[in-house]
Write a protein of this length. Sequence first.
Length: 259
Amino acid sequence: MAKRKIIEIERELCNGCGLCTTACMEGALALDAENKAVLVREFYCDGMGACLDVCPTGALKVVERESEAYDPKKTYQHVLKIRGQDAAGHVHGAGEKTAPAARPHMPEKPACGCPGSMAQEIKRGKETGSKPGEMVSGRSELSQWPIQLHLVAPFAPYFQNADLLIAADCTAFALGSFHPELLKGKKLVIACPKLDDTSNYAGKIAEIIRQNDLRSLTVAIMTVPCCSGLVRIVEDAVAAAGSELKIKTVVVSIEGKIV
């Protein structure tokens, strides 16, 4: 064994939220029987600390100590088994040297963390009404999960080449045509600049921009003053990412109209 960087977990601070288990692209973290984060295998951890930003209690840190070396090949096979081919393709260091296995269907159950925060893409076929050419009313245009900014993974494959909509939480409730008018054809992230802990929001959005060749970026906010903070967060993120993406801002009134 040699000294290297690796994640260390302060067990007393862990609240069992499971956010770190989904943020880790290598599947190195899981929740144990006491609902505390643990390392599944040390050689699955690349020591890069992608999980640190999502931990709400500061229970995670990167330390340097003697450990088994990070093994990208074994990690690739591990992620392939628990999360599927798309996720395995984002394993750090695996690259094209690891032979791809047959693409499995979406795993029936994630091996760790909260099942509700597992990254997944939602495939939607064309839906029509009873008459030729008539579309079904109330159709959902949501095409991925999760959507809350604290939960999304910047490396999720569905963000690649996407049109991204970053929407304040209230917009979907105020605007009756949110799905067909704003969400259709886009990937979604939601946040509340007033009530959320936004300390890592600009950094996370910047990472999404850096890691994915986004086609467009739209921000939807309400007319209430506090909502404009979301636009400033996104502007800071674009600047931090060194991107030339233009931000399109959509403002929704409390009466439910785009203004």
